[in-house]
Design a protein around this ligand. Structure first.
Ligand SMILES: [Zn+2]
Length: 158
């Protein structure tokens, strides 16, 4: 059994893992489900945004007025994505954040429109959340423009 050799060999193995792959993304165990399963779990509005990359109408999300301390989590799998301290009023009509919990969203580029904007989704369930633009406030200069229907708010315990 090679398991008995736990000294230097284990450390080298650990280092190799770290060098070869992004650690943050690896730390999250992916969830996958069929369309039928998601349809059971989500409302039609949530399904449209999270699984079909739909966009909600601006100024419709109750989360625009949510300013309590807490976390905005993925509506599908409840992975925390944005603490309240990252939220700001962008004036766009969609909940907006200038930063995200590290490793909790993944991105892919979207070339469907003339200007490039980057799609991002929950790192655990793959649910579409919104798009990130480079016109946000400091310190990041980023604007995560998120569909409110794709999020749930979990207030901190007082
Ligand atoms: Zn999720």
């Amino acid at each position: 059994m090679k398991l008995t050799i736990m000294g230097a060999g284990t450390m080298v193995f650990g280092k190799m893992l770290g060098a070869g792959k992004a650690f943050a993304a690896d730390a999250i165990e992916k969830i996958s489900a069929s369309a039928t399963e998601w349809k059971k779990k989500l409302t039609p509005e949530q399904y449209d945004v999270l699984r079909e990359e739909g966009a909600e109408r601006p100024f419709t999300s109750p989360l625009l007025k949510e300013h309590r301390e807490g976390n905005f989590v993925c509506a599908a799998c409840e992975l925390p994505l944005f603490p309240t301290k990252f939220k700001y009023d962008s004036g766009t009509g969609w909940p907006s954040f200038f930063d995200v919990v590290p490793g909790h969203v993944e991105t892919k580029s979207d070339h469907k429109l003339l200007s490039e904007r980057t799609e991002y989704h929950c790192a655990r369930c793959g649910g579409h959340q919104g798009r990130v633009f480079k016109d946000g406030p400091q310190p990041t200069g980023l604007r995560y423009c998120n569909n409110g229907v794709a999020l749930k708010f979990v207030p901190d315990k007082a």
